[in-house]
Design a protein. Sequence first.
Length: 315
Amino acid sequence: MSDTSLLLPAIVIFGSINIDIVARLEALPKPGETLHAPAAQIGLGGKGANQAAAAARLSGSARLVGQVGNDAFADTARTALARFGVDASALRTDRDHQTGLALIAVDARGENTITVIGGANLSIAPTDLPEFEKVLFPAKVLLLQLEIPLAVVRTAAQAAHTRGVPVILDPAPVPHEPLDPALYALATVMTPNETETERLVGIRPHDAQTAADAAAVFHQRGLARVLIKLGARGVFWSADGESGFIPPFRVTAIDSVAAGDCFNGGLATAMAEGRPFADCVRFAAACGALATTRHGAADAAPTRDEVDELLRSQP
């Protein structure tokens, strides 16, 4: 890995890189059944890559740090990241594991089955952080998710916290074991959705009041700021003794798969620009809303002009 820290963008994402292979069928196969799909779509995936693509499309500059395998899928990932304007120069090649893969089958009703092979994403170890640090810092914002080992996430969050770099933690996928308690204090802000909130604190939010109840538990655990995404019902935020609710933007939603990642890419962009926190939340919510108006994961990320227009049209 070359020392490219002098070119470091303000937004750095440390996370997973997958290649998604999507087959669309009339019905999902039953055990033992073989079905033919008309075609397969092969594209960029993984929460780290998706969030980097969203941030780069919005800000014009974002760096993705992580691992790929020594295989053709790594080349596919690098090419796709370059198309979005993501700085992928810091990706490390793991010669012992394959690039992460997601095998996705989708039926005519939109139901799906997904098999994820973590591959090189899961072989990152906390002892690798000294090598990664020179390309992680000095970022203005570090964006983390939980598709790389939890111990690595904690080590990266601790390094950022020590340097005073804000950490956005997308707690997805929520681990089966309790979340490391230290992460509540190390994260500057967490961004769970309804399901993730319920798994983390035992409260299923469905409106501003229940979201506030859940936020109180997050704060008790040491988290200073939390955004709770309520899907089509809006976003609740609680930070620094203040709270607010962002009502949903009026858009024609057709696919919500990219909404969370685009929300986080938007939040990182706004925080890197130094906006007031409430403005950051609204900007992120607009990004997530626009992502639901088109199909795909990384490809659903909106442009800056689209976000600005939505914010102007729905003040």
